[in-house]
Design a protein. Structure first.
Length: 274
């Protein structure tokens, strides 16, 4: 989960702090980021007028998500893929923020007349602090406590869109909630945890519950070094050969294949610093 400079500077200070200029100056040195930002503006403009199914859903949630159109399209395709292919399992999002991306998946299910359990995990109090495991800690730490969507706000969004009937909201740090989650099979897993420890625990606890043919989407792989480090380490240690496919500057996804390596344990963590 992250904001673009345009997203944050257009928001009022009462909604979230102004985007740190230090972080903006760091990003604009990368021409890939600049090109992606320009493409994002163009696709947002198109999706505001397009009659397509995705665009019509996007217009209902765009005020409640910081995901790019490309990553939202990725989630839309993922849900359609698992439903139309008959791949069983629920929809899990780790890092709900204001709820827009999860609501988009719920609306996609509604359009398909499909019933799947949706799980939303978040602190609902903003981003926790990064740790020393995050290579870009000094930049990442500027965002501690941002990207807030309260549980009441997110639940109200789902109720307003009439997609709240099959949704489970789980409040707390991933390290404390995921090991205890009663989830058996996942068809779509959206990991939007930003930092190394958050992404790592999502993979440790949930990867083995994703069914073969299921899809895993990483929101922050190209944006935050800690998220990329956690994903790369996990894929290497588990000898996972499924390729990471690019959605945009930040987003990646993979389709899970049948794995031969044994599952890793996922145990609760007692004390977590915030």
């Amino acid at each position: 989960m992250h904001t673009s400079p345009a997203d944050t500077l257009s928001s009022s200070s009462s909604e979230r702090p102004l985007h740190p200029w230090r972080e903006i100056l760091h990003r604009v040195q990368d021409p890939r980021f600049v090109a992606d930002a320009a493409l994002r503006v163009a696709t947002q403009a198109w999706d505001r007028i397009s009659p397509s199914e995705f665009s019509s859903i996007y217009r209902q949630v765009r005020g409640y998500t910081m995901c790019s159109n490309a990553r939202l399209r990725g989630l839309h395709r993922a849900v359609r893929h698992v439903v139309l292919s008959g791949i069983q399992g629920g929809i899990v999002e780790c890092g709900a923020a204001r709820g827009g991306s999860a609501a988009l998946m719920a609306l996609t299910l509604q359009r398909l007349k499909a019933r799947r359990r949706i799980w939303l995990f978040d602190t609902f109090e903003g981003l926790p602090a990064p740790t020393s495991q995050d290579p870009d800690f000094e930049l990442a730490d500027l965002f501690t406590g941002t990207c807030v969507g309260t549980l009441e706000e997110v639940r109200a969004l789902f109720q307003r869109l009439q997609v709240a009937g099959n949704v489970t909201f789980v409040k707390g740090l991933f390290q404390q909630t995921l090991p205890e989650a009663d989830i058996t099979a996942i068809a779509v897993l959206h990991i939007d945890g930003d930092w190394y420890e958050s992404v790592k625990v999502c993979l440790d606890c949930l990867y083995d519950k994703v069914v073969p043919g299921g899809m895993i989407q990483f929101d922050d792989y190209g944006y935050w070094a800690g998220a990329r480090k956690a994903v790369d380490e996990f894929l290497y240690q588990r000898e996972i050969k499924a390729p990471l496919q690019r959605l945009d500057y930040s987003g990646r996804f993979l389709i899970k294949s049948v794995e031969t390596s044994p599952p890793a344990p996922c145990a609760p963590i007692g004390e977590v610093e915030i």
